[in-house]
Design a binder for this molecule. Sequence first.
Ligand code: UGY
Ligand code: MN
Length: 248
Amino acid sequence: MEISALTRSVVKSNHAVIAPDGYINSNVPGWTDCTVNVIINEAMGAKLCQTIITAKTNCELVGTTKESQIFFYIISGESKATVSDETKTLTKGQFVYVPIGKEYAFSEIAEGTQILTFHKVYEHLAGYSVPSVLFGDAANVPGPSYLGDDALRLQVLLPDELTFDMAVNIFTYDSGGHLPMVETHIMEHGLLYLQGQGVYMLDHQWYPIKKGDSIWMAPYCQQWFTAMGKEPAVYIYYKNVNRFPTVI
Ligand code: UGY
Ligand code: MN
């Protein structure tokens, strides 16, 4: 039997590893008949929010975005999604980006469906209009090799345009593949492992990581990853981008 006093989860001032074993459910108004796990939010010191929703029967997610845009990604299962009078059926790997000030409704959600959300307060940019609603499918997004290393492939799910102040990418590592350097950067990450396993270095501490785990990395949390095991390691992650870096 597992000793229930043990977990791989840690919460530090500049990073967190959240394994599913410590989930406690939250009730979110408008999101009914589901469990919602708030993985990352401002209470942790973050400037993004990341949740994982697991549908029960008759689940619905209904709301209106306010100052925060929301990116919804289907981890598994199926749901109908209506945003701005456009309705699509979304399955594993498909997503919808909901900009600020838009009504959204997810319905006919298959029991057990899991949906990942990333939320960020939108920062307007003079001369640019707010992004439009965007439906997409990770299966149709090219995954070129990363920095010339064929063991690493990066898919960029949102357009690389200045109107967007957040990026959501999927990073695939063949077993043994690793980041080419220890990254030290201003951008923040929220991240969910979709497949495989490996070892993440966060702020010079080493963590075994696997499918289902989430990570928060604050700005300047130093980071490095190597994939292990018999299948590629895949994670989807959020990053803040494209805005002036300082008020000084
Ligand atoms: O986009 C990134 O900063 C990415 N290479 N970081 C990461 O995977 N930890
Ligand atoms: Mn990074």
